[in-house]
Design a protein around this ligand. Structure first.
Ligand SMILES: Nc1ncnc2c1ncn2[C@@H]1O[C@H](COP(=O)(O)OP(=O)(O)OP(=O)(O)O)[C@@H](O)[C@H]1O
Ligand SMILES: [Mg+2]
Length: 501
């Protein structure tokens, strides 16, 4: 039996980190056992990523001690940390887009693996180990977000690591990739490798982790074995007040048609027809890649339509580009908000106001006060954690960056709000706020199209659900009557018994 000291891979004690205007970590202590999967949960901006970046040498701590694998670590660089056996999969992916997947995995280590040929060979092994079929010669820029994430995971595993940190690794993985990840985590645990697992998806925390630390406002609130938490305790500890429910009452104001879509065809879509009613939240369910995003991109004028019509209030309209869509009161919160939405060096207020900027000019001069007021309003309702409205978006936590984009599209006061994975990376408290915003739109006669891989969210908030499979709408359900299995089977294109439909 190993003695207790040997049993611990990592001890962090009294860690403090301050950024201008923010105490990101306030006397944080945490201990991780060997072979343990240790979850860290907490609201957006609680300090999870900062703690991990101190560990991996991206940031330096102001105070505190770190003992890793029996050795006290004073200062470290990301490279040294990896050499010591600590690797990290960052929340914001960290790959070189213009290089191949294989090169990214062995970046800076080509000589260790015998040049380019060895690089691709070893990278292949690393990807096989996690059950991924990504071609090592594909340029990273041509990979989907979920595949990029798999490359990151393969890279972390390719080091001989004793502790692997996964900071929201699953935020955009497909179901199959998720299963592969679950297997990898179990395998690591059985090899005695420790994992720190950060996620806003509590199901995963309960499935994977044996110990969980809850953080709030830069402090550790508690660390317990996972079985000593209920879901509601965990949520209440995260938000600092007691929480009874995760979803508001479903809105019930569905009336007449607002948008009628008939026979839409694009490169990926076949004959898409459906009606969106006033006062309705319409959910689109399907696997990643099934065509959900393509449907809403076509409605928003972001993809070229080859055939079909769109009617608004009974009249055929031409939506040739996003500008046409926005003129007609359609807003779109895209899935890949980092790439399609945020201007990182710009301030929170600039990022929020950018879509409505033209309303903010008076006699050709930008009304800065008005811009500030608008930003403050969204900072308040969405609880965006930022020192000021002038702070650059790049210094906010991942989830708070997301909230800025949501604020931007809410500011348009859309008639039709399209949201693609709106709560990805967003903490439970703020999720609730986003549900309330959706509800507000439909209760004022607008409509919402909601795409989400979080089934409970779609099923609890939508009035109607369409399933999307292989570029087609293949089913329509009343989420209050249909079972989850029925809906999922349709989305997967199989019958409930599992036979092909
Ligand atoms: N480079 C930075 N400069 C200034 N402030 C920062 C920086 N990095 C983080 N912060 C601040 O530190 C606090 C903690 O952020 P952190 O990224 O650790 O949160 P998190 O718990 O990972 O949140 P999320 O769930 O949104 O990813 C936030 O208030 C954030 O704005
Ligand atoms: Mg984070």
């Amino acid at each position: 039996m190993a003695n207790k000291e040997n049993d611990i891979i990592l001890t962090m004690t009294g860690v403090v980190k301050t950024f201008p205007g923010v105490k990101a970590l306030d006397d944080v202590s945490i201990q991780v056992r060997r072979g343990s999967v240790h979850g860290i949960v907490g609201e957006n901006g609680a300090g999870k990523s900062t703690l991990m970046k101190i560990l991996s040498g991206v940031y330096t701590k102001d105070k505190g001690t770190i003992i890793f694998d029996g050795e006290t670590i004073e200062t470290t660089t990301p490279h040294q940390a990896m050499q010591r056996g600590l690797s990290i999969i960052y929340q914001e992916l960290n790959l070189v887009n213009t290089m191949t997947a294989g090169e990214n995995i062995y970046l800076g280590r080509f000589s260790e693996v015998n040049g380019m040929k060895g690089t691709h060979q070893k990278a292949r092994e690393a990807l096989d180990r996690i059950g991924s079929d990504i071609d090592t010669w594909t340029l990273v820029q041509d990979l989907s977000v979920s595949r990029k994430q798999m490359v990151e995971i393969a890279k972390a595993l390719s080091f001989d690591s004793k502790l692997i940190i996964m900071d929201e690794p699953s935020s955009s993985l497909t179901q199959d990739e998720m299963k592969a990840l679950a297997k990898i985590i179990n395998q690591l645990r059985s090899e005695g490798i420790s994992v720190i697992y950060i996620s806003h998806k509590l199901d995963e925390i309960f499935d994977f982790c044996d110990t969980v630390t809850v953080m709030r406002d830069g402090k550790v609130i508690d660390t317990r074995p996972v079985e000593e938490f209920t879901r509601m305790d965990m949520i209440s500890m995260m938000v600092g007040r007691s929480i009874e429910k995760e979803f508001p009452e479903r809105p019930r104001k569905v009336s007449t048609p607002l948008m009628e879509v008939e026979g839409i065809k694009t490169k990926k879509l076949h004959d898409i027809s459906f009606t969106l009613n006033k006062g309705e939240i319409l959910g689109l369910v399907g696997l990643v890649g099934a065509g959900r995003t393509e449907i809403v991109r076509a409605l928003f004028g972001a993809d070229k339509i080859k055939a079909g019509t769109i009617k608004l209030d009974g009249e055929v309209v031409a939506i040739r580009n996003p500008r046409d869509a926005m003129k007609r009161g359609i807003s779109f919160v895209p899935e890949d908000r980092k790439q399609q939405g945020l201007i990182l060096p710009f301030s929170v207020e600039n990022n929020i106001s950018i879509a409505t900027l033209k309303n903010l000019y008076k006699f050709g001069i930008l009304d800065k006060n008005k811009e500030r007021q608008i930003a403050e309003k969204h900072i308040k309702t969405l609880k965006i954690k930022t020192p000021t409205a002038r702070t650059a978006v790049e210094s906010l936590s991942g989830g708070n960056q997301q909230k800025c984009i949501i604020g931007r599209w809410m500011e348009i006061q859309p008639r039709i709000l399209i949201m693609d994975e709106p709560t990805r990376g967003i903490d439970v408290g703020a999720k609730y706020e986003i549900y309330l915003l959706m509800k507000d739109i439909v209760e004022n006669g607008g409509s919402v199209i909601l795409i989400s891989s979080e089934l409970p969210e779609v099923l609890n908030m939508s009035n109607r659900v369409l399933t999307v499979c292989d570029g087609r709408i293949n089913g329509e359900f009343d989420p209050e009557k249909a079972s989850v299995d029925e809906i999922m089977a349709k989305a997967l294109g199989v019958s409930v018994e599992g036979a092909m439909a």
